[in-house]
Design a binder for this molecule. Structure first.
Ligand SMILES: C[S@@+](CC[C@H](N)C(=O)[O-])C[C@H]1O[C@@H](n2cnc3c(N)ncnc32)[C@H](O)[C@@H]1O
Length: 221
C-alpha cells in the first residue's frame, strides 16, 4: 500500500495523460479516447444530492457530474493528486459545495454521515480480494438505502490480454523513468456482476469498452 501511495503522489502531474492514451497499458490511444468519451457521457447523467468520490485523484470525472449534485466530498490519500484536483475545480463554473478529505479511505472516519451516490473510479482494481470485501462493507455503511454507485475501472478484454496479466503485482514507469510495483486487477463482465450481486447491488447499466468499463448499480434496501 505504501508503494501505491508514493506512486500516485509522484504520478499526479502526469496522471491525466492516461486518458489521452499516453503511457497506457495498451499502446493504441484511440481505444482510450473512445472509452473516455463514452464514460464522460455516462458521468453527465450521474449524480444527485451528496456525492462521495472515493479515490478522486485529479478529479478527472468531476466536471461531468458536479452540476448534478448539491454537495461533493472528494476523498484521496495523495496530497499531490488533491492539488491537481483543486486546480481543476478552480477552472469550473459550479454550484455544488465541495469538500476535500485527505487520507486513507479505510482509516477515514465519516461518523454518522451518509451519501446519496458514490463514484469509485480506478480504485477497486488496486485492492486485493480481502480488501475488496473490506471496501464493500465500508461503502455500504456510508450509503443511504437506495443509493447509487458508478464504478469505473480497467476492463479485462482480449486487447488488454495482449499486454497485461489479469491480476497481480505489475510494474509501472513514470515519464522520468521511476519504477513502481503495484497491485492491479482487471475485471471482466462476469467478475463485475458477481461482485456487485454478492454485495447486494442491483445493476442499472453496464458499459464495457476495450480498456475501461463503467457500471451503475443501486444498493438494494
Ligand atoms: C488510478 S487513480 C484514480 C483517480 C480517479 N478516481 C480517476 O478516475 O481518475 C487511484 C487513486 O486512488 C488513490 N488511493 C489509493 N489508495 C487509496 C486509499 N487507501 N485511500 C484513498 N485514496 C487512495 C490514489 O492516491 C489515486 O489518486
Amino acid at each position: 500500500m505504501q508503494e501505491l501511495m508514493r506512486y500516485y503522489d509522484e504520478r499526479a502531474p502526469e496522471y491525466d495523460e492516461v486518458y489521452l492514451g499516453k503511457s497506457p497499458g495498451i499502446p493504441e490511444p484511440e481505444f482510450y479516447k473512445q472509452d473516455v468519451e463514452e464514460i464522460s457521457e455516462i458521468c453527465t447523467r450521474f449524480g444527485r444530492g451528496h456525492l462521495v468520490d472515493i479515490a478522486c485523484g485529479t478529479g478527472f470525472w468531476l466536471p461531468y457530474y458536479i452540476n448534478n449534485c448539491t454537495s461533493v466530498t472528494l476523498v484521496d490519500q495523495s496530497r499531490q493528486m488533491l492539488v491537481e484536483c483543486q486546480k481543476r475545480i478552480n477552472g469550473l463554473d459550479r454550484h455544488a459545495n465541495v469538500r476535500f478529505m485527505k487520507g486513507n479511505f479505510f482509516r477515514l472516519r465519516f461518523f454518522l454521515e451518509t451519501f446519496d451516490v458514490a463514484l469509485i473510479a480506478f480504485f477497486i482494481s488496486h485492492l486485493t480480494e480481502e480488501m475488496v470485501e473490506v471496501f464493500f462493507s465500508k461503502i455500504k455503511r456510508l450509503l443511504k438505502p437506495g443509493a447509487e454507485i458508478l464504478w469505473i475501472d480497467g476492463a479485462w478484454s482480449a486487447k488488454r490480454a495482449r499486454y497485461r496479466e489479469k491480476e497481480g503485482i505489475q510494474r509501472r514507469e513514470l515519464n522520468n523513468g521511476q519504477e513502481f510495483n503495484i497491485f492491479k486487477k482487471y475485471y471482466d463482465e462476469d467478475d463485475i456482476k458477481m461482485l456487485l450481486k454478492k454485495h447486494l447491488f442491483g445493476l442499472h447499466s453496464v458499459y464495457i469498452g476495450d480498456v475501461f468499463f463503467a457500471v451503475r448499480a443501486v444498493l438494494k434496501d
